[in-house]
Ligand binder design. Structure first.
Ligand code: SF4
Length: 406
């Protein structure tokens, strides 16, 4: 398996391949040629066809300020459907030119270059092998992670955590209508401030965590910077719980970074053995994975055993099996934003069950991951990010009726 760091990508929403990957590519190119006085970026293939609507131009300009962005839908001889050409100029002369491909999940590949991201870091293929080694060597998941990944992972996770917190805070501070035409109002701030009279601590906790999840997911829908965890569509689940644990419950930052590492390992297992793509396996691959990662993170934060961490992650995935991807109008808004909040609360319930029942479990994490993948491949294409079925379809059919609420 590859490094955990490739699970968490920092970039602009709402789509990992159309915004996070291009943002990453722009930053990479800019850091190689910081002395250039002008940059040009040409987008081809799918990025040229749908990039304007998906905010690819904005993502490039944020990663490479001042860049001129050109959409070229006519070029068909492309090595990858998401191809970009980056050019740097100095004094009017071209000093560098690179083709970079956005290959999915926010990952990029530079033409003719080996990427550090491709390096295999974990000899283990799945969670059972990880568990076996940890038991054999009497080490924790965290110890295994840092033996294999070393200090650079820690520093990267610190950056990831900063970006996650920023997305919660920006989302909480912003009101108004989200872009895209659905006329959806942002709700994070309202939810955060709307205390009930005599609110119990449980209700308050759920409301506040949900507000954090809305905050991040609304930032994603507004094409602002988020962290894939493991995708843009599911980017609110993990940060919402960890933000609550740090800011409302007082868990120290170092513990939060540990929890992020454990969640990343689980995401890595899912990505390697199944899929984290809604287009490939439906929303169970996005929100199911995020819920599973969040449950494992919290179980680890609470100091539960490896078995309890595994069981929490397994429960969280199992009860998202079959979850379809049917975003209304193709926007990452309905059902996505609300779904992030619901998944965050579900992750906490999974931890509570695992705490007491782990010794009686029958299904392993690897088994539920394999089930998710197989179920995903069986899902009708209508429910795999095409907006041709489910809520997307019903919404269209009912769209002639007046909608007073959203
Ligand atoms: S419904 Fe589809 S687009 Fe929305 S979060 Fe789930 S997988 Fe992503």
């Amino acid at each position: 398996m590859k490094s955990i760091s490739s699970v968490y990508k920092i970039g602009n929403g709402p789509s990992s391949s159309h915004t996070v990957g291009p943002f990453h590519a722009a930053q990479t190119f800019g850091s190689r040629y910081p002395d250039a006085d002008a940059y040009r970026v040409t987008l081809y293939g799918s990025l040229a066809f749908t990039g304007e609507g998906h905010g690819t131009g904005k993502a490039i300009r944020e990663g490479l300020p001042g860049a001129e962005v050109i959409f070229d839908p006519d070029e068909t001889d492309l090595p990858h459907p998401n191809t970009m050409r980056f050019q740097a100029y100095k004094g009017g002369k071209e000093i560098a030119s690179l083709r970079i491909f956005s290959i999915g999940g926010g990952s990029i590949r530079i033409e003719n270059e080996y990427s550090e991201e491709d390096k295999e870091v974990y000899p283990q293929k799945n969670f059972s092998e990880i568990l076996e080694l940890c038991n054999q060597e009497k080490i924790s998941l965290l110890q295994l992670i840092y033996i294999l990944e070393g200090a650079p992972l820690r520093e990267y996770l610190r950056k990831v955590w900063r970006a996650m917190q920023d997305s919660v805070e920006r989302g909480l501070a912003t009101e108004g209508i989200l872009p895209g035409g659905l006329n959806l109002t942002r709700k994070a701030k309202y939810l955060y401030e709307k205390r009930c009279y005599n609110e119990s601590s449980d209700v308050a906790m759920n409301r506040v965590i949900a507000a954090y999840a809305y905050a991040v997911s609304e930032e994603n829908a507004a094409e602002n910077v988020v962290v894939t965890a493991p995708t843009c569509g599911s980017c609110g689940v993990l940060p919402s719980i960890l933000y609550y644990m740090h800011h409302d419950r007082g868990f120290p930052e170092e513990d939060i970074l540990d929890a992020l590492a454990v969640a990343g390992l689980l995401g890595n297992v899912i990505r390697t053995n199944a899929s984290i793509s809604g287009a490939e396996c439906g929303c169970q691959a996005e929100i199911g994975s995020a819920c599973s990662m969040a449950a494992g993170a919290v179980a680890s934060l609470f100091g539960l055993s490896i078995d309890q961490i595994e069981y929490a992650a397994e429960i969280a995935m199992e009860h998202n099996l079959g979850l379809t991807c049917d975003p209304v109008n193709g926007l990452v808004q309905i059902p996505c934003i609300e779904r992030n909040a619901v998944a965050a609360m579900r992750a906490l319930s999974a931890v509570n069950l695992s705490r007491f029942l782990y010794a009686t479990r029958k299904i392993s994490f690897d088994e539920v991951v394999a089930t998710m993948y197989r179920t995903g491949l069986d899902l009708n294409e209508k429910y795999r990010e095409t907006s041709h079925g489910g809520l997307a379809q019903i919404y269209k059919e009912y769209s002639s009726q007046e909608r007073k609420t959203d």
